[in-house]
Design a binder for this molecule. Structure first.
Ligand code: ATP
Length: 236
């Protein structure tokens, strides 16, 4: 459903990505693993239209080429990003934050049903819909950010390090809800430092090093690959 081919991105003279190809199918969770500075955030930001790719890249969603489009157009094509650090509005309530996610034309008609679905996926948000977002815990704020992205009715949901700052237990819960989101047919592209927990819930994964894809495969195979274990799973 999402296909990225030969994506190169430069910041001035610095090449952050050099010919990266990744694919995410309907209803699957795909994880991107890599060290700090490997280019993972750049990949998500470029797919979302916030960073311009170098010439020659193909970014295709549902058969439509979107490389170089403005971010709001890309949301209309069915791609939503939950940025690193969540980017929610602390002074607004949970419900108001969610409503803000429904600005896309593709989302407006079914706003009510989408909201109901999000409250079913994240019952905590339904309980606390009137609470100010900044008074929620880190895990709950992450749910708000994911809920807001889902309000745009994406076919592909991209998340940049959603487990950052969360305990292993909260991370497990959060990842479990991502499986539920995927079960609704949404394809998920997940950037994570937490290799162990993310590989446990992902279907497939890619390893990114210095702007290049250096490995890919089924998540279960990656989790038992000695090179991956050494580099990303602390040798355990
Ligand atoms: P992290 O997990 O630390 O966010 P990352 O894998 O997401 O790392 P990126 O943030 O994509 O990595 O950065 C890739 C490279 O591009 C790094 O060398 C970084 O310093 C550089 N870079 C990122 N954003 C910019 C920018 N706006 N201007 C110049 N260089 C940048």
């Amino acid at each position: 459903m999402l296909e990225v081919r030969n994506l190169a991105v430069s910041y001035g003279r610095h090449r952050a990505l050099e010919g990266v190809s990744v694919r995410v199918d309907k209803g699957e969770i795909c994880v991107i693993l890599g060290a700090n500075g490997a280019g993972k955030s750049t990949l998500l930001k470029t797919i979302a239209g916030m960073v311009k790719p170098d010439a020659g890249a193909d970014i295709v969603i549902n058969g439509k080429a979107i490389a170089g489009m403005k971010p709001h157009r890309i949301v209309e094509e069915g791609i939503a990003l939950v940025p690193e650090g969540r980017g929610i509005f602390g002074e607004l309530s949970v419900a108001e934050n969610l409503q803000l996610g429904a600005f896309a034309t593709r989302a407006r008609k079914s706003e009510r049903e989408t909201l109901d679905l999000i409250y079913r996926l994240f019952p905590k948000l339904a309980e606390r819909k009137r609470q100010m977002a900044r008074t929620m815990s880190g895990g709950e704020q992450q749910m708000v950010a994911i809920g807001r992205a889902l309000m745009s009715k994406p076919d592909i949901l991209m998340l940049d390090e959603p487990s950052l700052g969360l305990s292993p237990i909260l991370t497990k819960e959060l990842f479990k809800s991502l499986r539920q989101v995927a079960a609704t047919g949404v394809g998920i592209l997940l950037v994570e430092q937490n290799a162990k927990q993310s590989l446990a819930i992902a279907d497939r994964g890619y390893l990114v090093e210095n702007g290049l894809v250096t490995g890919e495969g089924k998540a279960s195979d990656l989790a038992s690959d000695p090179a991956v274990v050494n580099a990303y799973l602390g040798g355990t």
